[in-house]
Write a protein that binds this ligand. Structure first.
Ligand code: GUN
Ligand code: ZN
Length: 428
């Protein structure tokens, strides 16, 4: 099971190219990846890899580029059906489109259908792992993990907790959020390749009592990640100030309730105050850049220089984000950085979507790189997937120039294959 030689171009990044230099990347035009028991056992020159594993089935992708599978560090799988909903900013968007859709997940059969649909879309876009928000309903977590487990994926998710400022059908309580989250941890955390994430939606939809209860739960289960939203839009930040008049800033609404820690994953983090940046850095927390969401809902321009001080993951934030594609997400990250005066190298973009997100999720020892001992979740890119991309890639002088048009213009047509633990899984 999962023993295979996969041949093609291979591009391996050992760490953040912004720190190590782009020259730290290794590229083989005729390379190979050896997989044993679903784990990478070797990478390098294709003929040498093949010679190491006589008799093992080989799949040759020719000029296809083998990368680690993409890792989406912040997504809402229940928002699959309402992606690309027009004309609202965050709070209106939640009330108009998001909450009515999430209310449908009280029906376990609907949740199962959308979980299957979402995961197939993710795999067909080359995304092999993700940290997803479910809805307030515990059964929406069961639906997601059941579908991810059946696909053999490394996946993370948690039940959203919210006990105010949401419709009746979407509200839990401080106690039920604690109890239900704890039961889900018992059922799913560290089962196969699944990890539970404690998930207060954001401080406007939780009372202080609920934040306190979830802080206590996290202290009891420190190996769980905790994911939430932070400083996405100015209106939201003003609302947080009204709701928490004693808090020093938005981050403090979490910090004072035990919801700031190194295993914390703070989505968006756009309009941060200096104290918030210092605290996130000091505590070793991770933030998640959601570029297509930040342009689509009109939230603002994330500062990639934060990656000098803290771990930064990359994410679609579907369906606030306007795409399931981490290629589109890299393109949007590139454009946002350009608007802030920084040109992200293709190596940095790939790193953010793979090893960078893995670091943000605290899973860089398991996923996100092509290296022996890392789980063999891979994507193979066709670098000439459309005529527009092919004509540009044809002029390329090196692998970066060959890859960048696919990052900027590519979509699921560029995904030649997706591997989970060494097995090809791209849906037909
Ligand atoms: N803030 C609170 N909930 C959400 C959500 O579902 N999407 C986004 N983008 N921001 C949020
Ligand atoms: Zn979100």
């Amino acid at each position: 099971m999962g023993d295979r030689v996969i041949l093609g171009q291979v591009l391996a990044l050992e760490g953040d190219p912004a720190r190590l230099g782009v020259d730290s990347a290794r590229h083989w035009t005729h390379g190979g990846v050896l997989v044993r028991d679903g784990i990478i056992a070797g990478i390098g020159d294709g003929s040498q890899i093949r010679a190491q594993a006589p008799g093992i089935q080989a799949t040759d992708h020719g000029a296809g580029l083998i990368l680690p599978g993409f890792i989406d560090a912040h997504v809402h799988y229940p928002q699959t059906g309402m992606i690309a909903s027009w004309g609202k900013r965050l709070i209106d968007w939640l009330n108009t489109y998001t909450f009515p859709e999430e209310a449908r997940f009280g029906d376990a059969a609907y949740a199962a259908d959308i979980a299957e649909l979402y995961l197939d879309l993710a795999l067909s876009h080359g995304t092999t792992s993700m940290a997803s928000y479910a809805t307030v309903h515990p059964s929406s977590v069961d639906a997601f993990f059941t579908a991810a487990q059946a696909r053999g994926m490394r996946a993370l998710a948690g039940k959203i907790c919210m006990d105010r400022n949401a419709p009746d059908t979407l509200r839990d309580t401080a106690q039920s959020a604690y109890d239900d989250s704890q039961a889900l941890i018992g059922r799913w955390h560290n089962v196969d390749r699944l990890n539970y994430v404690i998930t207060p939606r954001f401080s406007p939809t939780s009372t202080e009592a609920q934040l306190e209860a979830l802080g206590a739960l996290w202290a009891e289960h420190p190996s769980c990640l905790m994911q939430t939203h932070l400083s996405e839009q100015p209106d939201e930040i003003a609302w947080v100030k009204d709701l928490f008049p004693d808090a020093r800033d938005y981050l403090d609404t979490y910090e004072r309730h035990g919801l700031l820690g190194a295993n914390g994953l703070y989505g968006h983090a756009i309009h941060l105050e200096p104290r918030e940046i210092d605290r996130l850095a000091e505590i070793g927390a991770a933030v998640v850049h959601c570029p297509t969401s930040n342009t689509f809902i009109g939230s603002g321009l994330f500062d990639m220089d934060l990656s000098d001080r803290m771990r930064v993951g990359l994410a679609t934030d579907t369906g606030g984000g306007s795409s399931f594609s981490m290629l589109h997400t890299m393109a949007a990250a590139y454009e946002i950085a350009q608007l802030r005066g920084r040109a992200l190298h293709p190596a940095e973009l790939v790193w953010r979507a793979t090893g960078g997100s893995a670091e943000a999720l605290g899973l860089d020892h398991k996923i996100g790189r092509l290296a022996p001992g890392i789980e063999a979740d891979l994507v193979v890119l066709d670098l000439a997937s459309t005529p527009a991309i092919a004509q540009r890639a044809n002029r390329a002088n090196d692998i970066w120039e060959a890859l960048f048009p696919t990052i900027m213009i590519g979509d699921d047509r560029a995904i030649a294959q997706t591997y989970i633990a060494g097995m090809p899984v791209k849906p037909a």
